[in-house]
Ligand binder design. Sequence first.
Ligand code: GLU
Length: 295
Amino acid sequence: MYVGRFAPSPTGLLHIGSLLTALASYADARAHGGRWLVRMEDLDPPREMAGAADHILRTLEAFGFEWDGEVAYQSRRHHLYEDALGRLKDKGLVYPCYCSRKDWQAAAGMGADGFVYNGRCRVPEHRPSENGKPPAWRIRVPDETVGFDDAVVGHYAQNLARDIGDFVLLRADGFWAYQLAVVADDAEQGITHVVRGQDLLVSAPRQIFLQNALGFRPVRYAHLPLLVNKSGQKWSKQTLAPALDKAQAEPLLRQVSAYLNLPPAPQVDRPRDLLDWAVTHWNIKRVPKNAVCTE
Ligand code: GLU
């Protein structure tokens, strides 16, 4: 059984890049006769935009998407993350870290996704005094290569110790880290296939490592090409990606379908028919690997 998902963060409204991810994850799931879930990744309230979660769901509906079951909200699932961290503590894989960023970043090397933590708090005697502040919790990573075969990108691998370093699962400010939440949620929701943007490719080895550490079933990955502006920057809130206009659902769906190399659809009555067309003609092998410029 195939279970896929679309997992937007309500830090802004959906834009053309989000539509590409929604369409590809939906088409891949339905073409396999699978379920397609929507999960709202509202883990980080200070970064969220008031009203964005509802706006995202209304936009998906206007574009003809229908998800299975109830929408899952990460803000209501903290018990799952607590449980996962507890299990990792029992296995002795995680440790409290009292370092502030300025303690270690100045001397740290750059890895695949930011600075590589120097591991100071791995050794209890090296931990700075607890000074009454709550720690962050980090997981100890092995000096091993974690690789996988991505349905779009092909083989991708990292050495976790060299490229990433011990990474945070629970932040010192009390917020759960994306890496842990996504793995705990995917497992609890029975997700079998993750189809998402290539900005998250760099996270996949950490997530595979966590799945293994927690004894979860592996998932299959497909990381989609990023949509970029003419300066080569990914469309996002920071690059002022325009929010999707519900009145333009049909032309926008046609546009992202073309980026996915779907054949052009005939005249349709409603946006939903374009989704059906995408499902019927879906072929992940035709999805390009490289970024697509939309301007
Ligand atoms: N919430 C993430 C985002 O909007 C996606 C997480 C995922 O698909 O694993 O970028």
